[in-house]
Design a protein around this ligand. Structure first.
Ligand code: PXL
Length: 276
């Protein structure tokens, strides 16, 4: 397998095991060169800590993009997660064009909400900007909340295959070529991931552990990106990423003090074995 270079654009939450502090080690462990563009620096993530600081890096993006253009730096994949502002999403679109190799995979995790609500930093303008970014993506990785905000379809916790197909269809009509929809649960105790592409919809179902943790969407998206760039099909990459995420949760549940993220580091070797 050829040595590939991935760019990931998301925030650095200094403490909290999400976004960049998850993406960089996981994608690197998958054997890929991982370049980073931090969208913002926060003292912690915003899901449960009080009084976190946030330094937005939007205004640094044009000069960084221009420098990379001058140096002819190009990427095999660009994977975006939690971003800092509406303006930044526009700059990300420009960098995705200028820094992409012709075969570049554009992977967008809209990372803007969960459990039917947007994260505190985001509003309707941000959703509209994210819709534009998703329209340009090869692969989008929303959860049900994000898919519902992006498509304008009402959020539901109790749904059937028809509802899931409607979300995926609308995301594809918007322009996303492939949809990897996470947290799709049709039965109690089970959850899974739907992959929707030109071939239709496929579903991978697995155990749903009772505990949920912050940052597991980032663990999934990072492992998915790593597996995909290592030559796995979209469906195989989704299965590998889902199994790894479940293992990270299982690895964390016994430690009651560890509420803010999952202990993904001590499971990295299993992920690597899956990719061999
Ligand atoms: O895991 C998504 C995420 C990333 N970054 C920050 C967050 C969140 C979710 O709340 O707050 C800063």
């Amino acid at each position: 397998m050829q040595y590939k270079r991935v760019l990931t654009i998301q925030d650095i939450s200094c403490v909290g095991q999400c976004s960049m502090t998850v993406a960089l080690p996981i994608i690197s462990a998958c054997g890929l060169e991982t370049a980073v563009l931090p969208s913002a620096v926060l003292s912690t993530h915003t899901g449960g800590f009080n009084g976190f600081t946030c330094h937005d890096l939007t205004e640094d993006f044009p000069a960084i993009g221009a420098h990379w253009e001058k140096e002819k730096i190009k990427f095999d994949a660009v994977y975006t997660g939690y971003l800092g502002s509406v303006k930044q999403v526009e700059y990300v679109l420009q960098i995705m064009q200028s820094a992409a190799k012709s075969s570049c995979k554009k992977i967008v995790d809209p990372a803007m909400g969960d459990n039917g609500k947007l994260y505190p930093a985001f509003n309707d303008d941000y959703v509209a900007a994210m819709r534009n970014l998703c329209a340009k993506a090869d692969i989008v990785i929303p959860n049900i909340t994000e898919a519902s905000f992006l498509t304008g379809v009402a959020y539901k916790t109790d749904y059937d295959e028809k509802y899931v197909k409607e979300l995926c269809d609308k995301l594809q009509v918007m322009g996303a070529k492939t949809v990897v929809l996470t947290g799709v649960s049709y039965k109690k105790g089970r959850t899974g991931v739907v992959v929707a592409d030109v071939a239709g919809l496929q579903y991978y179902e697995h155990e749903q552990l009772p505990q949920s943790y912050h940052g597991t969407g980032d663990v999934f998206a990072s492992a998915f990106t790593g597996a995909l760039l290592q030559g796995k099909t979209t469906m195989a990459a989704a299965q590998i990423a889902a199994n790894y995420t479940v293992q990270c949760i299982r690895n964390t549940v016994e430690d009651k003090e560890h509420w803010y993220g999952v202990k993904f580091e001590t499971c990295l070797r299993t992920l690597q074995k899956e990719l061999e």
